[in-house]
Ligand binder design. Structure first.
Ligand SMILES: [Fe+2]
Ligand SMILES: [Fe+2]
Length: 206
């Protein structure tokens, strides 16, 4: 005789949609030792603010190297304008919610610009490969945050989803403009992704 699966309270909640039920991956369901809710939200705002700042610096570095009137410069300027809008939004959130910005901003100021300038110096395709690498990491990062917020902080979540769509557009622009034809594409994007993930990890904490 086989024992029938006994539905647990959480299973039932998942099907009945009980709002009081724990939701997997959401802020309501934290493991012991996890950060309290407010600290988690603050961390999200801090790292996103840092990331958008870094993104703006990357494009500033690229624009410094790309010919002013070049087709690539026009494309990069479009992306830089969107990063500025993202940064402005997180600037406002940092101020409104009195979030401590990352202490590493001076580092991202220099490292972001350097990454942009070096990749653009390698050529327009390498500049686009840089965008593809960074935006793929940001896409994962924003997707994880949106999932984690679940139904909490609807405005923040909507902002993250909206910016994530822009970042995916940037990635697609990079792919459309020959990113993958960069010599050493895998090596270059692998290194930039590793650096971007490290920057996220650091900016969440410091
Ligand atoms: Fe952005
Ligand atoms: Fe972006």
């Amino acid at each position: 005789m086989t024992a029938r699966h006994q539905p647990k309270a959480s299973d039932e909640a998942a099907t009945t949609g009980d709002p009081a039920a724990p939701r997997t991956g959401s802020l309501d369901r934290r493991l012991p030792g996890d950060l309290p809710r407010d600290a988690l939200i603050e961390r999200m705002i801090r790292v996103n603010h840092a990331g958008e700042y870094g993104a703006r610096r990357i494009y500033e570095g690229q624009l410094a190297m790309l010919g002013r009137g070049s087709a690539e410069a026009r494309i990069v300027r479009h992306m830089a304008e969107q990063e500025q809008r993202h940064l402005d939004a997180f600037d406002r959130l940092v101020a409104d919610r009195r979030v401590r910005p990352t202490a590493l901003q001076p580092l991202w100021h220099v490292a972001g610009f350097a990454l942009g300038a070096v990749t653009a110096a390698l050529g327009p395709r390498a500049a686009m490969a840089c965008t593809v690498a960074v935006e793929e990491v940001i896409d994962e990062h924003y997707a994880r945050q949106a999932e984690r917020l679940s139904t909490e902080e609807p405005e923040l979540r909507q902002m993250i989803e909206e910016f994530r769509a822009d970042e995916l557009e940037h990635r697609d622009i990079g792919l459309e403009h020959g990113a993958e034809q960069t010599p050493g594409y895998e090596l270059l994007t692998g290194a930039i992704k590793a650096g971007s993930r490290l920057a996220i990890w650091l900016s969440e904490r410091f």
